[in-house]
Design a protein around this ligand. Structure first.
Ligand code: SAH
Length: 271
């Protein structure tokens, strides 16, 4: 029996589920449990294909709404998604809101949770394995190692945009970030790679700092491109790197040289 919080008697509720970065084996038991209980699912683009198939075939979900923009479908705005979640829950449905990675790591799960709370709808948050963590791991890069930086910084490469796509004022000071002794992990970082790398260099980041870009991490299409801060722009262009990709900047990337030959052998998506 699922406990409702704050509004006992209400049957409808929302499960904000993190589905991990793609590999179905990274779906948590809790995610599976709530997917099996749901009546309806709203699924993001970044949810892995195998996971989408699992939801379609193994769960008793009567309605599946894909809210991503791929394959020419009209993307729902965040506001439309928020309204839909509330509407479905108020109809008494158990709604699975399925997101890539973790719902609260650049997944806009915070906005959805806030909207649900303001509208008196109960929800459960199921953390997922974020691509920020899984992509480096699958690439053979420990995000942290005692010999290297004592901090990990996860940030977006894209400034906030309004629903209409207008850019808002920049809030990340890349030149200051360059001065931190931290492993830098950038999500949504491909479109602004050149601009951000130039700012890091301008801020004094060592041009020889190793960089890895992990595309489609944990999926059968996973691809890893490596370089250093001084040549990664050129390499990424040459290799036609595309989103979704996680960028890791830091000396820990150098460990991949030793680790990859051993640890990738038991990875599902071994090179
Ligand atoms: N909530 C998600 C992040 C959503 S933001 C999470 O925790 O992983 C979207 C960004 O996540 C993408 O632009 C990309 O940088 C990253 N991302 C998500 N899934 C990915 C994957 N399988 N491979 C590489 N990057 C991924």
């Amino acid at each position: 029996m699922v406990k409702t919080r704050g509004n006992s008697g209400q049957k409808g509720m929302v499960y904000l589920i993190g589905a991990g970065p793609g590999d179905i084996e990274l779906l948590t038991l809790k995610a599976v449990k709530y997917l099996k209980e749901a009546d309806v699912a709203l699924i993001d683009d970044l949810v892995g294909d195998e996971i989408k198939d699992f939801i379609k075939k193994e769960c008793k979900i009567s309605e599946i709404i894909e809210v991503g923009k791929r394959e020419g479908r009209h993307k729902k705005t965040q506001d439309e998604i928020n309204q839909l979640l509330v509407k479905l829950a108020k109809e008494g449905k158990k709604v699975a809101r399925v997101k890539g990675g973790d719902p609260f790591v650049f997944g806009r799960g915070g906005e959805e949770a806030e909207f649900l709370a303001k509208n008196g709808v109960s929800f459960v948050v199921v953390p997922g394995i974020s691509s920020a963590i899984a992509a480096p791991a699958y690439a053979g890069i420990p995000l942290n190692h005692r010999r290297f930086s004592p901090a990990i910084l996860i940030l977006t490469g894209k400034e906030r945009e309004s629903e209409e796509g207008e850019k808002e004022k920049e809030r990340i000071n890349w030149e200051e970030i360059a001065k931190l002794d931290a492993t830098i992990v950038i999500l949504m970082g491909i479109s602004n790679l050149e601009r951000n790398v130039k700012k890091l260099l301008k801020g004094g980041k060592d041009p020889d700092t190793p960089v890895a870009i992990i595309e489609n991490a944990t999926s059968p299409k996973q691809r890893i491109v490596e370089g250093a801060l001084l040549n990664i722009i050129e390499i990424a262009k040459r290799e036609k790197v595309r989103a979704p990709a996680v960028i890791v900047i830091g000396d820990v990337v150098s460990l991949r040289g030793i680790l990859k030959n051993f640890h990738l052998k038991w990875m599902r998506n071994a090179e």
